[in-house]
Design a protein around this ligand. Structure first.
Ligand code: ZNH
Length: 145
């Protein structure tokens, strides 16, 4: 269900992603913009303000982990749902994360990518990424329905 152009746009954008730096930026923004998401990370220590979040090693490590998993999905564009099946189970049955947060995280990620890629993040590229994130969120949410 991807055009060749969409696949090219998604893999090209992802090749420019720094999973460590961009992952930290995206997860930090999630925790600051939507503070109630902090409750899932009670084991991460102090998340009480942006400075604490910026210096939190667990936020760094987790941002990298999440973006690496998204990178795995980019590597399986023809079977995103299958690639995310196990992660969906973990989030639904073990972590009990409200799947609405997957959508929020993908919105934050669009903003991080736009700020990073500036003019090369054209409306067409954004369209391809939004489509990819919709499929990603759907795949991660699969075990909930
Ligand atoms: Zn998540 C975990 C992915 C989103 C919350 N995650 C996780 C992991 C991964 C992921 C890979 C690991 C697992 C294991 O260990 O096995 N995520 C992911 C992705 C995404 C996400 C791809 C996209 C969208 N998450 C999310 C959100 C949230 C979350 C949004 C909330 C808000 N996760 C989580 C938690 C955890 C996880 C809490 C656990 C952590 C720890 O370490 O403890």
């Amino acid at each position: 269900h991807w055009t060749a152009e969409e696949k090219a746009a998604i893999t090209s954008v992802w090749s420019k992603v720094d999973v460590e730096q961009d992952g930290h930026e995206a997860l930090s923004r999630l925790l600051i913009v939507y503070p109630w998401t902090q409750r899932y990370f009670s084991s991460f220590g102090n998340l009480s303000n942006p400075t604490a979040i910026a210096g939190n090693a667990k936020v760094h490590a987790h941002g990298k982990k999440v973006l690496s998993a998204i990178g795995d999905a980019v590597g399986h564009l023809d079977n995103v749902k299958g690639a995310l099946h196990e992660l969906s189970d973990i989030h639904a049955f073990k972590l009990h994360v409200d799947p609405e947060n997957f959508r929020r995280f993908s919105e934050v990620l669009v903003i991080v990518l736009a700020a990073k890629l500036t003019s090369s993040f054209t409306p067409k590229v954004q369209h391809s990424m939004e489509k990819f994130f919709a499929v990603l969120v759907d795949g991660l949410s699969h075990s909930y329905h």
